[in-house]
Write a protein that binds this ligand. Sequence first.
Ligand code: RM4
Ligand code: MN
Ligand code: MN
Length: 379
Amino acid sequence: MTPEQVEQRLRELEIETPSWGYGDSGTRFATFPQPGRPRDVFERVEDAAEVHRLTGTAGAVALHFPWDAVDDYAALRDHIAGRGLRVGAVNPNLFQDPDYKLGSITHPSARVREKAVGHLLECLEIADRLGSGAQSLWLADGTNYPGQDDLRARRRRLVDALARVHSELPDGQELLIEYKLFEPAFYATDLADWGSALLVCQRLGERARVLVDLGHHAQGVNIEQIVALLADEGRLGGFHFNNRKYADDDLIVGSVNPFELFLIFFELAGGALPRLTIDQSHNVEAKVEAMVLSVVNLQEAYAKALLVDREALRAAQEAGDVLGAHEALLDAYRTDVRPLCARVRASLGAAEDPIAALRESGYAERVATERDTTQEIAR
Ligand code: RM4
Ligand code: MN
Ligand code: MN
């Protein structure tokens, strides 16, 4: 790839930032409220627009329902477009209603399953009204104790429910199915791994694809290989970026394991990019700054992946030159791509140094004043 082609591909990178990553979040021990935190979806979109203004690469915002529910979806759609953004994936929420204690679409009670399917169908309609291209579904369903429920029955309920949703998908929408090893269920998660998710997608049809979240695997799992495999099957629909040390930590992508991120991007860059979304929660760090840093880390990882000399790599692989091939990856990984990314951002009308520009802009101070939440903070 010529340097011009690398720059062009980098310019085309589009990351969805998550509306839920701008609000307050915490652990099960405490949530520390931050001054200036957005009070509603309109303000979450303002924050997303600021991240896009600084990085040039975060042009879409993923939404979560009912967290982002409003009465007037046309107004929300206009607000998003008015801030220069596109609506990303619509994420239903089947994990907070007390009815879902024992599961949502896998629940033993037909009434609860029906309610859950109703929410998924409602989200298809919301997505349609907002002009979103995907429903991105993560289920918290699972069991905590051996024998708690019939594992095969749960799987059949899950497939039946998703088949209904898939058959109702409006034109222009696809269904992304996300898996997760454990948590909140600690014995058996109903969609625990890429294989379970892929089998369900294959049962549903062409418009169902798998979404991989970096934090949803056991330690040591080779995630770039999962990317390669799903992409090869035409079933890689999306990717959730974050980083972790132990479990689903949702830290800033690239902060703990940048080499893994580079290897994932190398596989992603081998074909058309799937939907790329940040899925993080920033508990102690400044939220908008965290999102900007995440996008910058993604730009840099992608730039390095694009710089891999794929011809030299293939030649070394075919010659059986084990370390020559490995070196072809390391050469790209060791390149300092910061000047290249700064140039690309400048050409997009964004900031050469987005973090410095954010700090100089006074955005955090301004929203802290405008979104006066002192009363809530004092509580
Ligand atoms: C889950 C999963 C989903 C996200 C929720 C909030 O662990 O990663 O993608 O929507 O968290
Ligand atoms: Mn996720
Ligand atoms: Mn997660």
